[in-house]
Design a protein around this ligand. Sequence first.
Ligand code: B12
Length: 490
Amino acid sequence: MADILLVNPLFLRDDPVESKLMTPFFPLGILYVAATARSAGYDVAIFDAMFAESDDEFVAALEKEQPAIVGFGVLATVRRAALRLAALAKHRGAIVLMGGADPTARPDVYLQHDVAGAPVVDVVVVGESEAIIPQLLPVLLEDGPASDRLAAVPGVAFRDGTGIVMQTERCALLEDVDAVPLPARDLVDFTPYREAWRRKHGVFTLSLIATRGCPFNCAWCQKIVFGRSFRPRAPERVAEEMRQLKTQYHPDFLRIVDDAMGIQKSWVRRWRDAVLEKDAVIPFECLSRVDLLDEEVIQWLKEAGCRRIAVGAESGSQKVLDAMTKGTKVEQIYRTAELCRRLGVETYFYMMVGYPGEAWEDLQLSVKMLRETRPDTFSTTIAYPLPGTPFFEQVKDRLPEGDGLVPDWDYTAENKLLFGRDHYSTYFYRRVIRWFHHEWQDAWIRAGQPVPLAARLKNTVALWRDRIAVTALARLSGSRATGFPTGGNV
Ligand code: B12
């Protein structure tokens, strides 16, 4: 029996991209909520849909735990699954709670969702939840209608007695992020995660967050939970958590999920010292920005175990970076790639296409940049407008009419164009993404990467097919598509 059942509603089997990638992470957000609720004295259980076969397993968990409250941690791609499971929980008389980035950005969508006229979600927790949970749970567990009492809880949205959606003032961000208990990983069965990771990649990877927030300004980034803050944990405590992970879970690799590593240079050095001192090194990857990575920072990260740094390169066109208010320079992307290569740390570039204002010439500059910098890996996303971002505001008049909701993916990294774009279509951008990939592969081959002859030929054929296709599509769309970028290796 549990007071609260917390749910990760991501079914791998329903997400073709995630099942192909097979890089499952149990969401840290839910583990922080679980730890906070537990330290406030509540019994907490977890239902993890990640490897579940069907909703029946969720129903069995409801029957076993008989929870008074069922809480879901939700990202945009799993909204439908969360609402589907929520209806099952509601049907069995539970109070339904939602939290995470997507409900925070659009609480009304959740609170107004109904099945046969009956609402499914009772309360949305808006934003960072650790200060809210200890105030909210007693209110929900008390008998009688909760709406008057909810009005006194900060950072929640709910329906009042007449069905109107109300939202209380947001709760202040935590000042002392070290006061928060460590994520309750002991509530999750990591066995299938370990097996899935090792089977596909040979390395079992866990995640950890060291600092909360990011003060930068990328126009497409949804900073709805942590705001434009920067709140580092004490480096020694992060090292201590790594040490614990190492001894209890034996991960082969770690993903540090901070928005941007290196915002405070002195923090990185102290963290490196603490990790070495506590013998807590676990090979890891992290996310950073090209304007934060100088030689010293990369070296310290490497000494702390860093094997790969992912950066939002986004585009090879300064015009596009400026349109995104990214605050970085194309030259810095080149310098980062060169520094990482020299210091022996892999690079992963996040690229974006289809951002408003991007033209054919800008796509060519991205190809040139990918060819000349040759990151070790990269992925490309068609720009998607997330509610609460300046990018969303910019294109909101061009969003498709749908079920009254904002545009959505059906699954992770589905890569479809979600807003009306002057010339180009989803098909065009998907072609561009393949083109990027074949150009990048060609650049590696020309740089001397040992590739069997058959694979070289295959890539050359695919490359020319893509070049012809994207140029033809660009011309059909009315742009002056001429020639191909001439990067150093072309
Ligand atoms: C690591 C990460 C990933 C990883 C791992 C995700 C995971 N399962 O852990 C990977 C690479 C898989 C990933 C994928 C995607 N991600 Co992602 N990701 C992140 C990142 C960088 C960190 C997430 C994290 O662990 N945060 C730390 C925890 C502690 O914060 P939190 O989850 O927000 O939790 C707090 C509150 O939200 C709340 N809360 C959370 N859950 C619950 C539940 C309840 C009941 C309650 C009451 C409260 C609550 O309390 C927590 C503590 O305060 C965030 C950015 C960020 N800073 O959060 C983006 C972010 C969450 N991702 C985002 C996106 C867009 C995606 C993708 C959709 C991208 C894509 N198109 O492929 C996919 C979706 C994957 C999926 N199917 O779930 C967006 C969210 C957009 C949205 N509205 O849903 C974010 C915010 C990035 C951004 N700034 O734009 N992601």
